[in-house]
Write a protein that binds this ligand. Structure first.
Ligand SMILES: C[S@@+](CC[C@H](N)C(=O)[O-])C[C@H]1O[C@@H](n2cnc3c(N)ncnc32)[C@H](O)[C@@H]1O
Length: 246
């Protein structure tokens, strides 16, 4: 859903103009001006957070600005410093590559949001990233993740290999070192050479291993996903995890 935050009571209301997807400058896919159901949950949770909330890979900053409009104190991160320029002055900005270049004191964040970023991380980076987030969150704080799955039309040729890896209990079955081996889809020219396609089981396992509790993990289709990427309605994965309360 594309939304606007009303000035008077900070309510989230549907926006009426057409959605836009803006190409990132660093071939990291598209940044969306739509809030997915997962991002909306982050914004709603942020409304009641007294501690700052963090948006990793903020891109256009749609979720960061919506959380700001809902009254949260927002820290926007992206590895592309330039992408953060338009957020400076409105949110705190922290350029840098997650997880290696991002640091916070333990238990200082109320919520963390990462939309369409974690499929750019290796397995090791995912593990250390989840551990870092679990450290940064206050007890009761939430992590909101959205990422790409293998169930997208351009990866149809990869699915048999994915199923084989799942059957063999491979640790990171969605890791593709060179995506051009499986697909020459036009949209993939705007992606890095390697991708890490994720699913609900993998995100759940990684979050649990980091000491988080799972609130919900599910597969779905984003409303702003181009029709050429549609496969079977499971094109994206979302996870909401909780840092256990004391
Ligand atoms: C596909 S865009 C998504 C932007 C926005 N979160 C959204 O959902 O519309 C991915 C963004 O994540 C950033 N990014 C990719 N890997 C990152 C990393 N390891 N650390 C921080 N930012 C990263 C890219 O620069 C890009 O702006």
């Amino acid at each position: 859903m594309r939304v606007r935050i009303t000035r008077h009571n900070r309510r989230i209301e549907p926006e009426t103009t057409a959605p836009r997807r803006i190409l990132t400058r660093n071939r990291m896919g598209w940044s969306s001006d739509q809030l997915s159901p997962l991002s909306l949950s982050f914004v709603e949770f942020s409304r009641a957070c007294t501690a700052p909330v963090l948006d990793i890979g903020a891109g256009l900053g749609t979720a960061a600005l919506a959380a700001l409009g809902a009254g949260a104190s927002v820290i926007a991160n992206d590895l592309d410093d330039g992408a953060l320029q338009h957020l400076a002055g409105r949110t705190q900005t922290r350029p840098g590559r997650f997880p290696r270049e991002l640091h916070f004191e333990p238990e200082t964040l109320g919520a963390v949001h990462a939309s369409n970023v974690f499929h750019f991380l290796t397995g090791n980076q995912l593990e250390s990233g989840f551990r870092a987030i679990a450290r940064w969150l206050r007890p009761g704080g939430r992590l909101f993740v959205q990422a790409a799955t293998p169930y997208q039309a351009p990866f149809a040729a990869f699915l048999p290999e994915y199923q084989r890896r799942l059957a063999a209990a491979g640790k990171w079955p969605g890791w593709i070192p060179k995506i051009s081996i499986y697909s020459s889809h036009r949209q993939l020219s705007q992606m890095p050479r390697s991708l890490h396609l994720l699913d609900d089981a993998i995100l759940t396992r990684t979050a649990l291993a980091a000491g988080l509790e799972i609130e919900r993990a599910w597969l779905f289709r984003r409303t702003d996903l181009p029709a050429t990427l549609h496969l079977d309605g499971r094109e994206s994965v979302a996870l909401i995890a909780r840092k256990p309360s004391l």
